[in-house]
Ligand binder design. Structure first.
Ligand code: PXP
Length: 237
């Protein structure tokens, strides 16, 4: 099975919000991404709604034909929204309210009780649950214990180290992927993936189910256009 590409459209919403009106049209952009070959759409509504807003969610959910993945820190407001709109997948991320971007995975041991409750509710609503995680065997085992369907590897450190030594950069993830497989969890990956580091990641870990990519992909689209860019990323996969 080929690794799926979910396009994170937060940065498109950021541009729209700069003028407070509907340009670019976020929904049309999501639908065009699908037409151009994206396998899914990801949004990450942050508490200050500086990118995707909470009122974007029902509009996107009713129109996205592939898969909608909603990421975020499961505070009560986020959970109520996710349970109401029921995306295909919810990715739990432990980002602080004022975080510039997600910068670490969950501590699934310390937060085991909380995560078990949240994941139970989401799964009861028929939502697949993925949990953002570092390349750490104990945390991955913790993800299985709290009932996650999948983990999403935080690939920020991979992307950083890739520039120095790609084999060294991928090595902890290859080992961690073994743990994921042994537990029967699905495997996603995301953060700082780009046209340089993506193909090596999936060559080394071919059974990654899905990557979600935002910042680099939308930046590349400024030069190549979104249609070409999605094709370029799909070619890497
Ligand atoms: N996965 C998670 C959990 C994220 O928070 C983000 C950033 O919103 C991404 C993937 C995508 O990262 P990037 O924008 O660097 O591609």
């Amino acid at each position: 099975m080929k690794t799926k590409l979910s396009v994170n459209i937060n940065k498109v919403a950021l541009i729209r919000n700069a003028r407070g009106e509907g340009r670019p049209d976020l929904l049309q952009f999501a639908l065009d991404c699908e037409t151009f070959g994206a396998d899914g759409i990801t949004v990450h509504p942050r508490p200050d709604e500086r990118h995707v807003r909470y009122d974007d969610i029902p509009v996107l959910k009713s129109a996205v034909k592939t898969e909608l993945n909603i990421e975020g820190n499961p505070n009560q407001r986020f959970l109520d929204m996710v349970l109401k709109h029921r995306p295909h997948q919810c990715t739990l991320v432990p980002d602080a309210a004022d975080a510039l971007t997600s910068n670490q995975g969950w501590d699934t041991i310390t937060y085991a009780g909380f995560l078990t409750d949240v994941i139970t509710d989401l799964k009861k609503a028929g939502i697949r649950v993925s949990i953002f995680i570092d390349d750490d065997a104990a945390k991955i085992e913790g993800a299985a214990k709290v009932g996650a369907d999948r983990i999403e590897f935080y690939t920020g450190p991979y992307a950083q180290n890739f520039k120095k030594d790609r084999f060294q950069a991928i090595s902890p993830y290859v080992q961690a992927a073994e743990v994921v497989r042994s537990l029967g969890l699905g495997m996603n990956a995301g953060h700082d993936l780009d046209l340089e580091n993506l193909s090596f990641l999936v060559q080394q870990i071919p059974d990654i189910d899905e990557v979600s990519i935002g910042h680099a992909l939308i930046s590349d689209a400024l030069y190549y256009g979104i249609h070409n860019t999605i094709q370029m990323y799909q070619n890497q996969l």
